[in-house]
Design a protein. Structure first.
Length: 329
C-alpha cells in the first residue's frame, strides 16, 4: 500500500467513528436499505434524502414490496428528488432481487439497473464487506488534495488511478472506510468554498494543505454552458379541476406528469387569471418558464383533469413546476 494511505486510513476511520453524522440509512444496513439509500443519494443532497428515505422504506419495506408496487406510487414517493429514472431502476432492481435473490459480488451488483461503477463500489463495500472502491466527485476532491495531484479529475484515467489506490488501501472495515471518504468530502473537505481543514484528520499529511493550495484543487475541465429553454406552462382550471399531461417516455423527466407545457408559444385557451415566471435548473438544461393560470369553459379532452387533492395524492409532479402549484387550491 502507498505510504500516505498507510497513515491516512486509520486516521480517517478514527475520525469517522467520532464525527460521522447520524443518518437514517446508517442505523440498519441490509442490502436493500443500502441499495435504496445509495440510489437516492446519487446526485441528491443528504438533507433532501433523509426524510424521503425513511418514508420510502416505510412504504416499501422490502424488495418484494417494491417489486409488487405500482410504478406510479413509486414515482410519487420519489417526488421532488429529481432524476426519476432512478426510481424506475430501483423498482426494476427490486423485481430482479425478488426473483433471483441478492447479488453476492461486485459484478452482480453492477448489473442491477441504475447501478454504475460508483454505486456498485458503495453497495459492495457497505452491504457486502468487499474491498471495492467507490469514486465520486467527493472522493476525487479529497484525494486530489491529499496528494496535491493536479491531474484533471474529469479524465477517466484519473478516476481509475484513484480507484486502484483505494482498492489497495481498503481496511477490513470496508463499509466504514467507504462512507468515511464520502463523509470527509461532505462535511470537511466541502465541495463549495474553503475546506474546513481545522477539523480534518488528514490536516497533518494533506499535501495541498501543507502547501496552502487546497483551493486550487481539484483541477477540472471547464463546464459546458447549459442549454436554455424558453417555455410556457398552462395551468388550466375548469370547475375545480386542473389539466395534466404526461411527459414523453424518453428524455428529461420522462413519463412524469406536468401542466400543459409548450416550448415556444402557447395556444390560446381562455382568459389568463394570473401569470408568473419561474426558472428551473437541471444539470444540462435551464427552463425559463412563463406560467399562466387560465380558466377554461370546458375540459379539453387531450388532458387528464384532476382536483387539487388528487394532484397532491396521486400524480408525481416534478419540482420544476412547484412555483405554479400555488394556483392549485
Ligand atoms: N452519498 C452517497 N452515499 C452516501 C452515504 N452512504 N452517506 C452519506 N452520503 C452519501
Amino acid at each position: 500500500m502507498d505510504e500516505v494511505m498507510k497513515t491516512a486510513v486509520p486516521l480517517l476511520l478514527e475520525w469517522y467513528r467520532v464525527c460521522k453524522r447520524d443518518l437514517p440509512w446508517r442505523k440498519q444496513r441490509t442490502f436493500y436499505s443500502v441499495l435504496v439509500s445509495e440510489l437516492m443519494l446519487q446526485q441528491t443532497r443528504v438533507e433532501a434524502v433523509k426524510e424521503r428515505y425513511v418514508a420510502f422504506m416505510r412504504q416499501f419495506p422490502s424488495p418484494a414490496a417494491l417489486a409488487a408496487a405500482d410504478e406510479d406510487a413509486v414515482l410519487k414517493a420519489w417526488e421532488g428528488l429529481g432524476y426519476y429514472s432512478r426510481a424506475r431502476n430501483l423498482k426494476k432492481a427490486a423485481e430482479r432481487i425478488a426473483e433471483e435473490g441478492y447479488p453476492t459480488d461486485v459484478r452482480g451488483v453492477r448489473a442491477l439497473p441504475g447501478v454504475g461503477d460508483y454505486t456498485a463500489g458503495a453497495i459492495s463495500s457497505i452491504a457486502l464487506g468487499l474491498a471495492e472502491p467507490a469514486v465520486d466527485g467527493n472522493v476525487l476532491r479529497i484525494l486530489s488534495r491529499l496528494y496535491a495531484d493536479k491531474s484533471n479529475v474529469d479524465e477517466p484515467a484519473t478516476k481509475a488511478r484513484y480507484a486502484a489506490l483505494l482498492r489497495a488501501a481498503y481496511p477490513k472495515e470496508t463499509g466504514d472506510f467507504c462512507e468515511a471518504l464520502m463523509e470527509l468530502g461532505a462535511i470537511v473537505c466541502v465541495p463549495n468554498g474553503a475546506p474546513l481543514c481545522g477539523g480534518c484528520p488528514w490536516a497533518g499529511l494533506c499535501r495541498a494543505h501543507l502547501a496552502n493550495s487546497e483551493e486550487d484543487l481539484p483541477v477540472r475541465a471547464p463546464k459546458k454552458a447549459r442549454r436554455v429553454v424558453e417555455a410556457r406552462v398552462a395551468v388550466l382550471r375548469c370547475g375545480g379541476k386542473y389539466a395534466l399531461e404526461k411527459r414523453p417516455a424518453k428524455g428529461l423527466l420522462a413519463g412524469l406528469w406536468q401542466f400543459p407545457f409548450f416550448e415556444g408559444e402557447m395556444p390560446f385557451f381562455g382568459e389568463t387569471v394570473a401569470q408568473k415566471r419561474a426558472v428551473h435548473i437541471f444539470t444540462h438544461v435551464e427552463w425559463r418558464m412563463e406560467g399562466r393560470l387560465v380558466e377554461v369553459a370546458a375540459p379539453l379532452p387531450q388532458y387528464v383533469w384532476a382536483s387539487a387533492d388528487e394532484i397532491r395524492r396521486i400524480y408525481a409532479l416534478p419540482s420544476a413546476f412547484k412555483a405554479f402549484m400555488q394556483w392549485v387550491i
